[in-house]
Design a protein around this ligand. Structure first.
Ligand code: NAP
Ligand code: ZN
Length: 352
C-alpha cells in the first residue's frame, strides 16, 4: 500500500495528562479509494474523551485529540466509494477501521476485531501515525465506518448517538429488554439518559438510579417510570431483588455490589461505564441468585446504523448543551461534577 499524502487541519489536543486542551494542527490523509472526507459540523463530548485526554486508562499517546461522536458534511470521496457523495451528511463513531474479514467483523462485531482501529488512540495504518478524533475541522474515514444520518433529526442532537446511543442500545437489545422486563439505568449522564430513552422505547419498566436528587424530574421526563436516589438506603431497599437487567453507566468508582443486590435471580448487570480504577465484586452478590455481571463495548457498524434508523423513526435524539471549542476544559470540569444535561456538543464552526 503506498502512503497517501497528508494535509493538515485545525484541532484541539491535550499534550499531557495534566494539561488543558488547546488549539493545534494535526495531519489527515488525502482520501484513498474507499475513503470519505468529512468536514466536521458537530462533535459530542463523551466521558471517555476526558478519561483519554487525562490518560486515566494508561494508554494515551500525546498529543491526544479526543472526539468520537462526529457529524459532518462529506467534502470528497475516493473513486471506489458507493454510499456517499459530496454534500451528504454523515456520521462517524468510535471505530474507523478493521480488517472486515475476521470472524468478529463477519458477525458485524467490528468492535471486537483484533484489528479494530479506534477513532482516537489507535494507529492509522495509512499514515503510520496515531488516530486523532473529532475535536477537529475534518476527518477521513473508510466508508464502511461512516454512518447515514436520518434526515428528520436535529444534527447536533444526533452526534451523541454515535457513541452514547449505540453503547446503550446494543446491550439493551442483546439482553432482550422489552415489555414485562424491569430495567435499571445507573447514572443519568450522557450514556444513562440515552439508556432511559431506549429502554422506554423498547417497552420496559424503567427505573433510574442517580446520585443527583436534582435530576429526578428530568429522569421522568426522559422516560423513567421511577427514580431511586442511590444514596438513600430506604429507597434502595424497596427495590432489592427485583430487576431483570441493570445497565451501569457510571464513570467513577462506586459500589456495584449494591446494584447486584437489586437483581432478581438470573438477572444481569452490564457495565458500560469504564472508571479509572477496578471495581471490587463480592462473589456472594453473584452466587446468591445465579446472577451475572458482564460488559459491553459500543456496537458494530450494522447495529449502529440500525440504531440511527430506529431513532429517525421514533424521533429520538440526545438532550444537548452546545458549547464552543474553547469551552471544552470548562465542560470537562462540569462533567466531573455530573453537571451536564445531558451531553455537551461542540459546534465545530467555533474552531475555524
Ligand atoms: P457522564 O455523562 O459524565 O455520566 C456519568 C454519570 O455517572 C454522571 O452523570 C453521574 O450520574 C454518575 N456518576 C458520576 N460520578 C459518580 C460517582 N462517584 N458515584 C456514582 N455515580 C456517579 O459520562 P458518560 O459519557 O455517560 O460515560 C459514562 C462512562 O461510560 C464513562 O466511564 C465512559 O468512559 C464510559 N463509556 C463506555 C463506553 C463503552 O463502549 N462501554 C462507551 C462510552 C462511554 P448521576 O448524577 O445520575 O448519579
Ligand atoms: Zn464515547
Amino acid at each position: 500500500m503506498s502512503k497517501p499524502r497528508a494535509y493538515s487541519v485545525k484541532a484541539y489536543s491535550s499534550t499531557a495528562a495534566k494539561s488543558p486542551l488547546a488549539a493545534t494542527t494535526i495531519p489527515r490523509r488525502e482520501p484513498t479509494d474507499r475513503d470519505v472526507q468529512i468536514e466536521i459540523l458537530f462533535c459530542g463530548v463523551c466521558h471517555s474523551d476526558l478519561h483519554f485526554a487525562r490518560n486515566e486508562w494508561g494508554f494515551t499517546q500525546f498529543p491526544a485529540v479526543p472526539g468520537h461522536e462526529i457529524i459532518g458534511r462529506v467534502t470528497k470521496v475516493g473513486p471506489k466509494v458507493t454510499k456517499f457523495k459530496p454534500g451528504d451528511i454523515a456520521g462517524v463513531g468510535c471505530l474507523v477501521d478493521a480488517d472486515l474479514s475476521c470472524p468478529m467483523c463477519r458477525k458485524g462485531l467490528e468492535q471486537f476485531s483484533p484489528t479494530m482501529v479506534m477513532t482516537y488512540g489507535s494507529m492509522d495504518k495509512h499514515l503510520n501515525l496515531p488516530t486523532y478524533g473529532g475535536y477537529s475541522e475534518g476527518i477521513v474515514v473508510d466508508e464502511h465506518f461512516v454512518l447515514r444520518i436520518p434526515k428528520n433529526l436535529n444534527l447536533a442532537a444526533v452526534a451523541p448517538l454515535l457513541c452514547a446511543g449505540i453503547t446503550t442500545f446494543s446491550p439493551l437489545r442483546h439482553w432482550k429488554v422489552g415489555p414485562g422486563k424491569k430495567v435499571g439505568i445507573v447514572g443519568l449522564g450522557g450514556l444513562g439518559h440515552m439508556g432511559v430513552k431506549f429502554a422506554r422505547a423498547f417497552g420496559a419498566q424503567v427505573v433510574v438510579f442517580t446520585t443527583s436528587p436534582s435530576k429526578r424530574d428530568d429522569a421522568i421526563r426522559l422516560g423513567a417510570h421511577e427514580v431511586v436516589i442511590s444514596r438513600n438506603a430506604d429507597e434502595m431497599a424497596k427495590h432489592a431483588g427485583t430487576f431483570d437487567f441493570i445497565l451501569d453507566a457510571v464513570s467513577a468508582e462506586h459500589d456495584i455490589n449494591a446494584y447486584l443486590s437489586m437483581l432478581a435471580p438470573d438477572g444481569n448487570l452490564t457495565l458500560v461505564g469504564a472508571p479509572e480504577k477496578p471495581l471490587p465484586v463480592s462473589s456472594f452478590a453473584l452466587i446468591m441468585g445465579r446472577k451475572s455481571l458482564s460488559g459491553s463495548l459500543i456496537g458494530g457498524l450494522a447495529e449502529t446504523q440500525e440504531m440511527l434508523d430506529f431513532c429517525g423513526e421514533r424521533n429520538i435524539t440526545s438532550d444537548i448543551e452546545m458549547i464552543r471549542m474553547d469551552q471544552i476544559n470548562e465542560a470537562y470540569e462540569r462533567m466531573l461534577k455530573s453537571d451536564v444535561k445531558y451531553r455537551f456538543v461542540i459546534d465545530m464552526a467555533s474552531l475555524k
